[in-house]
Write a new protein. Structure first.
Length: 177
């Protein structure tokens, strides 16, 4: 009769979940981290509601690929996905540190650097687009106020007439003082 194994701590389960969800870490490494056999992990995964991982080699269905191509890229959604990827890569790096695997640590460091750089660039681009949008809104407000009052004339005759009106207003304002 085999003795029951001690269940893994919550921290290891959380780390294993991140590694499992990333889809990059081999199942064998996750099994080693949790100290489980394949059958134990299968039951554990089913009990905790972890979905099956998609095969990395399996091609997407044509309908799924078409829908993915049609979806507009929302900056907020991309940022959230990148932040998740950074978290997953941190978990992977921590696992590599625990195993003292220098090649894996270096690969994780390069991946993290790339993800963080991409995340920063995406956030900068979103900030700039929001600033442009705000500037455009401000410009449209200014254009509306110019239409109501001091809109610059577009033709030479209009320019002369506008200048004459402004000079008259200035003369009138100057004589009152």
């Amino acid at each position: 009769m085999a003795a029951k194994s001690v269940p893994p701590c919550d921290e290891k389960i959380a780390q294993a979940k991140l590694l499992y969800d990333s889809g990059v870490t081999p199942i064998g490494e996750i099994l080693d981290l949790l100290g489980m056999s394949v059958g134990q992990f299968r039951r554990f995964r089913e009990i905790h509601g972890w979905p099956l991982r998609a095969s990395a080699c399996a091609p997407k269905k044509p309908q799924e690929a078409a829908l993915a191509a049609k979806k507009p890229r929302d900056a907020g959604r991309l940022i959230a996905r990148l932040e998740d990827a950074v978290e997953q890569e941190f978990a992977r790096a921590e696992a590599a540190l625990a195993k003292h695997a220098p090649k894996t640590i270096e690969a994780s460091a390069r991946t993290l650097a790339s993800l963080v750089k991409t995340l920063a660039e995406l956030k900068r681009m979103r900030r700039e687009s929001e600033e442009k949008k705000n500037d455009a809104d401000d410009d449209s407000d200014e254009a509306a106020s110019e239409r109501d009052g001091d809109a610059p004339p577009r033709e030479l005759a209009e320019l002369r007439a506008e200048l004459a009106r402004r000079l008259e207003r200035l003369r009138g304002a100057g004589s009152v003082e």
